[in-house]
Each structure stands twice: as C-alpha cells, then as structure tokens.
Design a protein around this ligand. Sequence first.
Ligand code: F6R
Length: 604
Amino acid sequence: MCGIIGCVGRGTETLDTLVEGLGTLEYRGYDSAGVALVDDDGLSVVKAAGELSALRERLADRALSGTVGIGHTRWSTHGPPTDENAHPHLDCTGRVAVVHNGIIENYQSLRADLEATGHEFRSDTDTEVIPHLVGKRLADGDTPSAAFRGAVDRLEGSYAVAAVVAGSRRLFAARNDSPLVVGLGGDEPTLDTADPAFIASDVPAFREHTPHVVYLDDGEFVTLDDGITVTDETGTRVRKAVETVGWDPEQTGKSGYEHFMLKEIHEQPRALRQCLSGRVDELRGAADLDLDLTAPTGVQFVAAGTSYHASLYGAELFRRAGVPAQAFLASEYATSPPPLGADLVVGVTQSGETADTLSALREAARRGAETLAVTNTVSSTADRECDHTLLIRSGPEIGVAATKTFAGQLAALNLLTLGTVEDVRSRRAVLPALRDLPGDVQAVLDSSVASTVAETYRDAAAYFFIGRGLQFPVALEGALKLKEISYEHAEGFAAGELKHGPLALVQADTPVFAVVLGDGERAHKTVGNIKEVEARDAPVVAVTDGQSDAHLYADHVLEVPETHPRVAALLANVQLQLVAYYIADGLGRPIDKPRNLAKSVTVE
Ligand code: F6R
C-alpha cells in the first residue's frame, strides 16, 4: 500500500533522503511515486507513474534544492496509476503539497463543496481534497498549522497524511487508522532536540538515519520543525515515549540473495530460533509465553491471506486440545452476525496494520471478547489495541510474499496452545519437535530439490495443492504463494474435496502437490487421493516425511525430516515456498514486488 516519507533538517541531502526512503518502502507495493520540496523560492513537485526509476529519471532533469520535503509511493485506489494521480497533490495556488495513505470516505461531498467555490481539481483521487482544504483555510487567514488541522478535522475515513506549505520550514502530519511513525535524529534525541526529524509509514524508510522512533496514535497530529510537537485531537500537547528499534539497517538489505523472498526463506531457521527462544522449557514440559491470559473456553481467529492460513492451523490446534475454535476471514467477520461465542479473539497479522483484521478485532472487542494480536510488529496498531500480544519475532520481512512470518505464526500458535490449553502429554511430545524445528528447516533448505521440480513443471497449465487436517492450510498457502509471485493459476484444496469438483480440472499438464505427513488415517486417505489424481494422468509431487506410501505413487518427492506431524507442516511449507520461488524466478517475474499486491494492506 502507499508509502510516506518526509523529513526536516537534512539540508542539501533532503531529496536523496526522500528518494532513498521511498526505495525502502517499495516492498509495500506501489504504481507511481513523487516528491515535494520547499525552498526559499517556493514549492516544487516531481512525480511519475510507474517504478521509482521513472521518478529518478524525471528528477535527473531538475535541480531541486528544498530542505523540507515529503515523498510518496502510491498504490492506486481512486483512479488509475497516472502522473496526475500520483502524489504529492497540490492546492489551486501550488502552495500546499500533500501525501496520503488510506481512503477519504467523504471526499465526494468535500470535492463538490470545493468545486462549488471555484476549486479546480486535476486528479481522480480522494486525496486531492486535502490540499484544497488546506489552501482554502490559508486563503481565509489561518496559519499553516491551523489550516492543516482544520482540513484534517473535515476528513472521514482512514488516513496517514503529511503536508508541506511554501514559505514554511515545517512539516505537518496526522493519522487515523493508517500507520505513521516519527523518526528522531541526533544523539539520544528527545522530542525537543530531534534534528533531523522524519515521518514515514514504516521505520525502514528512515532507519538508516536513526533507530529512535515515536509511534503516533489515531487522532494525533505532529509538527516537525526544530524538534517534534505531537498533539491530540483537542490540540493538547502529548508527551510521547521515544522507543529504539531493535534491528539494524543491514537486516533490511538482500545480503547477496537475488531477492528478498529467497533471503527470507533462508532466514527461517534464525527467525524460528528467535521466536522459540526462552519460550520452550523442555525440563518442565512447559511453554513460557509471558502472557497474562487465562485458558480460553472458545477461540475465534480473524486474519487475511497467509495469516488466515496460519489461523486455520491455529484453530485446528485448539480444537485438537478440546477447545472449540474457528478461523474467520477478517473482511467477512466484522460485517457478519456474531458467530458462536468465544472468550478470546486472536488477530493473526504479521504487519499488525491490516485494515480488515483491525476492524474485525475492534468488532470482537465491542462484542466483549478479550483480544490477542499474534504479530511481527512491535507497536503496530494491532499490538497497541489488543489486550494481549504474542510477538512472532521474525525480524523485518521485505518481500511482499509472506514467508518467514508465516513460519513464525505457525510456531507461535503452537506455543499459544501449548502454553494455554494443552496437557502435559502433548507438551512433552511437541516441545522437542519445536526445539529441533530450526535445524530441521535448515536441513530442508540444504537438501531441497525444489528448483529441479520447479524447472520440470514451470510451463504447466495450472497447479493444485492438496492436504488434510493441518496439511490443508499448508496446501492453501502453497497455492497462494505460487499464484501471487508467478501469476500462474494455482489452487489449494482439502484433499478430500478434490473429487467433489476440482478433479474435473486435473489433467496431464496440471501437477498436483500433495502434502502427506505421518502415517495416520489422514495420510492414508491422502495417498488414496494421490491415486485418483494419477489415474487422470496428472503428475504428482509428494511433499512427505516418508512415513506413508505417498512416495511410491509420486512422480517427484520433496522430502522433509521426520518429526511431530504438526511441526512437519512447517517443513512441508518451506518446500512449497521454494517451489513457488523457483517457478516464479524461472518465469522471470518481479518476485519481491508482484503486480497489484501490497505488503501492508491498510484499506478495507
Ligand atoms: C501473502 C501475504 C498476504 C498477507 C495478508 C495479511 O503472501 O503476505 O496474504 O498475509 O495481506 O497481512 P498481515 O499478516 O500483515 O495482516
């Protein structure tokens, strides 16, 4: 989704700081970009549809010298990705420039009012009403600060918004339902002494310059000047805590890998070690979560995309421990009648900023449930708004396709059930498998033949993924990963459902990836499904620990080490991540920035 960067106090390096900051926000997904800078002569704006390289080319022809600036990567919602629709947007006089992330729900009525008083609009966006509102108030005699506040007060919807005004050395910003974080430069900076100062949608945009941050809350305004002033909706000054982010800029580089996704797949052993560290106590047979949570009697999960797949897995773990649990697509939850009761609602969200998931969590809280965020992002909205947080500790994930954070979610959900509702027998069975998990993932990474399998099937007409029980979410995730980065048709099914419709699509040019772990009843049934597929001449790739007969009927085998079957699901998933990666790479796709997708989906 859209990315915002702004800075004050970088002198002649302002433009470079903005453009480099936009580069680090590319992972969020975008289709145009732009910058605005204020100098003694006024305000300059340069923007371009397409990749950041298009903006860079355009900037090469211009000598921009401003020392206060804002930049933006746009992910289209209102109007196609064109130069006109790219941010920053200007008011009629060209004195006010605004960048915005989110959706202004009342923009049509605001625009109609403004047009009725002579304002001319140049774009299709909802955002453009903001600079016009600011410009109008400036014309009526407001100070820039009062004009910005007055304009934002008129907005309904979600926004992280930043503005600069010609003739002012200040940068103004505000947030409601969209992330916005302030960076404080200088040694041991405070709000009063920070210099330079930054504003951004996400920390990587300015992490190179400072680890010191202030997370803004909904309804807050901030002015960057000589120092940082945060005020609430009533204009009262708020003393915000300055926090220090734990990771260094190196972690957000590619470290020699061709893509962030491949790097992040390979980071999984370390990410899982971090997730499990200090939480697995084999001696006592306990999982220590440091969560003040009583054992729930009913659990609902709300999440989107990959995190929904993790939720399906988590709900099954609770049910196996005898606790009724269901997973819901967050986008359906808030607007549906309340399902059967649950005293705990778990929002699974790596970013902690997914608008659908936040809405569902807020609805759950309104319905009286206790809420828990399972997230990778400290101080994200989900972390701050939920009653409890379980951090997955995966480290920064830049590739749009979630990989190590999915592994972290599955590991954390194991810890959650072990730590709250599972008996000592299952704790004693699963904890050693979790302890060995990082090493087992490394073994898969070291020995996988996924690249060969990918090469064999790269030109297939479609790809199907099947699995039962805890392997079902892995099948769904395998298909999602492949379709989002390869643009090929891929579907995941519960293995038993194949014969109830999808089998009609299964042919010689549609490989079926079957996840078969353990040697239980489910595994035997899935082997039966493999035979049905074979009878239709479709090639079969078994992702298996070798305990069942699956390998006997498969054309290819992607092996995983033998471990507790529920932990083996994570290993099978690594094989499918690699298959997706190598198919997409072989097809020459832009793996880290798939078309139309965004890392952090901050609109509903
Ligand atoms: C897929 C992917 C998305 C996210 C979904 C939810 O690779 O990354 O499907 O899982 O947008 O995002 P979070 O987990 O941030 O709530």
